[in-house]
Design a protein around this ligand. Sequence first.
Ligand code: SF4
Ligand code: SF4
Length: 412
Amino acid sequence: MSGGSEMESFKRGRRDVGLIDGYDPLDPMAPIGVRSRALEEPPDTLSLGPLKKIYLIWMVGGSCDGCTVAVAGGTHPRVEHLLAGIIPGLPRVELIHTVVSTEVGPEWTHNLFMAERGELDAPYVITWEGSIMDESIAAATGGYWMGLGEDPATGRQITSLEWLDRLAPGAAAIIAIGTCASWGGIPAAKGNVTNSMGMMDYLGRDYRSAFGVPIVNIPGCSPIGDNYLETAAAALLFLNGLAPLPEFDELGRPAWLFGETVHRHCPRAGYYEEGVFAEEYGDKECLVELGCWGPVVQCNIAERGMVDGHGGCMQVGGICIGCTMPGFPDKFSPIFEKSPGSMLSSTTSKITGGFIRRMRNMTRVDKNMTARWSADGAISSGWARSKTPPKGALKAFHKAYSTVQHSHEGGR
Ligand code: SF4
Ligand code: SF4
């Protein structure tokens, strides 16, 4: 569809005007790449950059669809907000997704043909979910691992990997979502009969998108949906020329999301510091002696939660099994067994933390008394089991502590 007058005449019923490859742009089941041209851009003030819209082509390899489920539940921003184009500075996103798009079969794959021929009316970003399996192994027996549509001219099966080869050079960016797409994940574990690998291993370290961006990795099994959405939004701001490229670490992870260990923000970290550890699932203390790898794993679930700030592994009683890490799962197995390094650290923590915890308990008793109670030698609460303040050595300790605390005020 070219000019506005053609659009108007098309809407008035001249159905022969504006057909794209024989598709009617107003048919709700037409390929997205055709349909989106029939949408008039809203005359609002939200379109700040040069890009009014962008296509997001979501393809899968060896995947369980867990990444899709995680992103569908994201809230910062919501997928719906990206699709509606209501976030200032971000182009409206046209989602071409293997699972949630309404059209199927040839209508769906037509979007990919349009992308390859450069016929989409906006740039496209590829998001890849799942491991990349070595199709040459399957081809040796006449089969394939990951099929994604057929060649309409010959009926030949096209694989997801072939589409990646065809579309990667023209993509504005490639985002690998989940640990499988980022590093290989579970399909690449010991006994990997499909020669599964991550996106970087397949495309190589020299890959750059059409906009000059190396591969972006959002690991996690499943990943936190908001980690993907926030990174995608930041990348779109960059592609739209409104912000610098966000900071990524040496493995292509968003540095602001994966720069800290789980342990540093874990709600149970205080127990670790004081040398108190859970003995079985359901206990409230630190889980390191049950096999938690949090002290060495880079993941932000402890502070972000899983969905809309809620949930997360340690919050709901689970240990960290290292699912965001390139070494997952082999380097974290046997899962649910105590890691060798934790024996040294938890033993040290029991000794030093145990001493600190006892000292803190003594101080806490003093801080639970008003100045009046301390002077009167009596606690007025009818709830207190002991109605008299500490005496003897404990009282002397409190007095000494208070003297040090107020030394700059004259020791009182
Ligand atoms: S549960 Fe894991 S992450 Fe949390 S404090 Fe213990 S070792 Fe650290
Ligand atoms: S805390 Fe560990 S197991 Fe949980 S999501 Fe993060 S890396 Fe994965």
